[in-house]
Ligand binder design. Structure first.
Ligand code: NDP
Ligand code: 8X3
Length: 255
């Protein structure tokens, strides 16, 4: 079997997914980068294609048909996917349940949970047939605790945690390594999306302390996929040193 690996990364147009694509390219891993913003995918492809082979797939993970047709019609050399990074996702809104918007709830459950399931179902049959592969799901500290007004986002990430554990059981006979990474506060476009473009509110989230950078998470994902074959990192929680819980963040802590 070829030692050159291929990874499919969802949400590669920004933040953690983009940084993971760049870090994987450094490891000589060929890439299938996914996201809705085609322009950004093409820019990243242009940036990385001197190092590795890069294919772009532009689809909305909520669109079941598109997920299966895009992944199902990958060119031959990209069909063997060794590593799946289920990263696409966001929080939409930060409201109490009684004030929350149903559209926001639908977006979080449809993208963070159902989208992850669709992509996994489209990608993993090849891993099962070959009896090898990695699935890395990007959860969150919101998968481990529930914080004020985090209700539905936390539920979606608790689901990612449960799905990861379920995958590890179901894929156990096939030697597929399944793990989740659960970051705390990472400065990306995440808060911009959560607060619907309210830049001041988004910036406020990361003020007064040093948050994680996307590269910190990418670095940890590289660690997860470079362990020897008998080692699976099942669950990894990473927080900024200033962050004890979602609501306990020691401000004025820079490094
Ligand atoms: P960004 O907003 O920077 O990136 C989100 C990525 O997800 C983008 O590439 C976006 O691509 C993609 N995406 C969102 N919705 C869809 C969709 N419907 N279909 C396809 N792709 C979609 O945020 P992060 O990098 O921070 O987030 C990545 C993951 O990390 C998410 O799952 C998030 O929940 C998780 N996380 C983030 C933390 C943080 O503090 N930032 C902490 C813990 C977990 P496009 O818009 O082009 O489709
Ligand atoms: C992103 C981190 O604290 O906003 O998952 O839930 S948090």
């Amino acid at each position: 079997m070829s030692t050159i690996k291929t990874a499919l990364i969802t949400g590669a147009t920004s933040g953690i997914g983009r940084a993971t694509a760049i870090a994987f390219a450094e490891q000589n891993i060929n890439l299938i980068i996914c996201g809705r913003r085609k322009e950004r995918l093409l820019e990243l492809q242009y940036q990385l294609q001197e190092k590795v082979e890069v294919h772009t797939l532009s689809f909305d993970v909520r669109d079941k048909k598109a997920v299966f047709s895009e992944i199902g019609s990958l060119p031959g050399k990209y069909r063997q996917i060794d590593i799946l990074v289920n990263n696409a996702g966001n929080a939409h809104g930060l409201d109490s349940l009684q004030e929350g918007s149903i559209e926001d709830w639908d977006a979080m459950m449809d993208i963070n949970v159902k989208g992850l399931l669709y992509v996994s179902k489209a990608v993993t049959p090849g891993m099962i047939a070959r009896k090898s592969g990695f699935v890395i799901n990007v959860g969150s500290t919101a998968a481990k605790e529930v914080y004020p007004k985090g209700n539905v986002y936390c539920a979606s990430k608790h689901a990612v945690d449960a799905i990861t554990q379920g995958m590890r059981i179901d894929f156990n006979p096939y030697g597929i390594r399944v793990g989740a990474i659960h970051p705390g506060l990472v400065e990306t476009e995440f808060s911009n999306v959560r607060f619907k473009g309210d830049k001041d509110r988004a910036d406020q989230t990361y003020k007064g302390f040093e948050p994680l950078h996307s590269e910190d998470i990418a670095d940890a994902i590289v660690f997860m996929i470079t362990r020897p074959p008998h080692v699976t990192i099942g669950d990894m929680v990473i927080v900024p040193t200033a962050q004890a819980t979602t609501t306990i963040v020691h401000k004025e802590l820079y490094y």
